[in-house]
Design a protein around this ligand. Structure first.
Ligand code: GDP
Ligand code: GDP
Length: 454
């Protein structure tokens, strides 16, 4: 229903910028082993939410939906990897820095049995710079005798320490009451914008050329933010004019402020990727053609697919490509990127500016596909033709039939098929393939859901 009112609002004024509320975000920050995962689990009230911590292993999922006293909010767990003792100060400080950008309030967790360490002091320095609410959580206060140790954390200068036991639940309810009382009803950072300039996330692993691309695009054709009064709400985004049109590049602060660490870089890259995708409508994933396509490249692309955003692939550093590398690249694309063969590809050089202008039509095409709505009548004519040409194979004496279908949503196009039985995965892929053959959907993922009618 929300979608319909939104559509109406947009029809009334196609240029209107509409902000949809998003849940307020609480970030959890702290050294390894202070009990961050335990606390997340306690708040979510379910064990399986956070996978067991394996040292050094990264968790891709970092945002969780939580609820307290009937109020929903999001938790961002920034502690998904374990730095070694050497790099720990820089790593934990970087974690705090990222968290501050991405949240409405911070829970800073300290192990009250250990007390404040030098690393904790580093985090405090970061946290003092923000005017967002910061809650100093003194964890592992399993009983009243340990409260005195928690009190010693006043010395950190972050105000009152809140004693809790993530393991036993002690004090967690009071802490949540307090946090919720200080949280805005709507997030100031995660607001979802509809209308206005279209929102683009520039993604890619470290050193593929994201900041070079941003500088080239913004440096030459930057628009003064004030020219578009009211359209820039988020200071971490940037508005850039490309191809005669204004675009919002989301989370450019994250691209410009590079977190340089040997360790944990992957984790922060995925954290940035996930949060940028939340805000974006279309993602440009940069690949470095001078390097083999890596698992990390594919993982970033898969995050885009999961997010349901439109996708453009930009093969960067084209100026470094020689004939030999080019042959390998073509093979790699066939092998590793076959599942996104529908994404428009542009071959660019961020430093020389080569073919940057080709980005715009690719973005426009991808967004157009993403926005597409196929009327129900047309879609059913398509289904009738498809099933006639190639009926579902008989399975165990039965032949599942598609009774009816409809496009339930756009952005991305999402179809529901009402069937008399489960369709084979192969048959579903066939429907998807035909959809692309007939309608294109270049640059957009498409979602196909089934409802089985008994
Ligand atoms: P993280 O690295 O900060 O996510 O820490 P974990 O949640 O993995 O916890 C580290 C260790 O501290 C685990 O062995 C937990 O069982 C333990 N722990 C966490 N919270 C508490 C607590 O409230 N009391 C006690 N006694 N131990 C805790
Ligand atoms: P980021 O980490 O993704 O933001 O990557 P940067 O924009 O910082 O680029 C990393 C390095 O690659 C820098 O030394 C850039 O000068 C270089 N670079 C970026 N784009 C190109 C390109 O198109 N061609 C060449 N030759 N170098 C590039």
């Amino acid at each position: 229903e929300a979608d319909i009112t939104l559509l109406e609002a947009q029809e009334a004024d196609p240029d209107a910028v509409i902000y949809l509320p998003a849940l307020p975000v609480v970030a959890i920050v702290g050294r390894p082993n202070v009990g961050k995962s335990a606390l997340v689990n306690r708040i979510l009230g379910r064990r399986e939410a956070v996978v067991e911590d394996v040292p050094g292993v990264t968790r891709d999922r970092v945002t969780y939906q939580a609820e307290w006293g009937g109020r929903p909010f999001s938790i961002v767990d920034t502690g998904g990897w374990e730095p070694d003792a050497k790099g720990i100060d820089a790593a934990v400080a970087a974690q705090a820095e990222v968290a501050i950008d991405l949240c409405d309030a911070v829970m800073f967790v300290v192990d009250s049995r250990v007390g404040a360490t030098a690393t904790d002091e580093q985090v405090v320095k970061m946290l003092r710079k923000t005017n967002k609410p910061v809650f100093l959580v003194a964890n592992k206060v399993d009983d009243v005798r340990q409260e005195a140790e928690a009190a010693s954390l006043w010395s950190l200068g972050l105000g009152e320490p809140y004693p809790v036991s993530a393991l036993h639940g002690r004090g967690v309810a009071d802490l949540l009451d307090l946090i919720l009382s200080k949280l805005p009803a709507e997030s100031a950072v995660a607001k979802r914008q509809v209308g206005g300039p279209r929102r683009v996330a520039i993604l890619g692993r470290p050193n593929v050329g994201k900041s070079s691309l941003l500088n080239k695009a913004a440096g030459e054709e930057r628009v003064v933010v004030n020219d578009l009064a009211g359209t820039t709400r988020d200071p971490v985004d940037e508005q850039v004019e490309l191809g005669g049109k204004v675009w919002t590049f989301v989370d450019t602060a994250g691209i410009r402020r590079r977190v340089h660490m040997a360790q944990g870089a992957d984790f922060y890259a995925s954290l940035r990727t996930s949060t940028a995708l939340e805000k974006a409508e279309v993602a440009v994933v940069l690949l470095d053609v001078s390097q083999p396509i890596s698992e990390q490249d594919v993982r970033i692309i898969d995050l885009v697919l999961e997010s349901g955003r439109a996708l453009v692939l930009a093969f960067n550093k084209w100026d470094l490509l020689d004939d030999e590398r080019r042959r390998y690249l073509e093979r790699e694309i066939e092998q590793d990127l076959a599942h996104v063969a529908w994404a428009p590809r542009v071959n660019i050089s961020a430093t020389t500016g080569r073919h940057l202008e080709k980005l715009v039509p690719a973005l426009e095409k991808a967004l157009e596909s993403w926005d597409t709505r196929i009327p129900t009548g047309k879609f059913n004519a398509f289904l009738a033709e498809l099933t006639q040409a190639h009926p579902h194979p008989v399975r165990g004496g039965k032949q599942p039939r598609i009774l009816f279908g409809t496009q339930a949503a756009s952005r991305p196009p999402t179809f529901v098929l009402f069937t008399t039985g489960f369709l084979d995965p192969g048959y579903r892929r066939y429907v998807q393939r035909r959809l692309r053959e007939i309608y294109g959907f270049e640059g957009s993922p498409i979602v196909l859901n089934m409802r089985v009618r008994e």
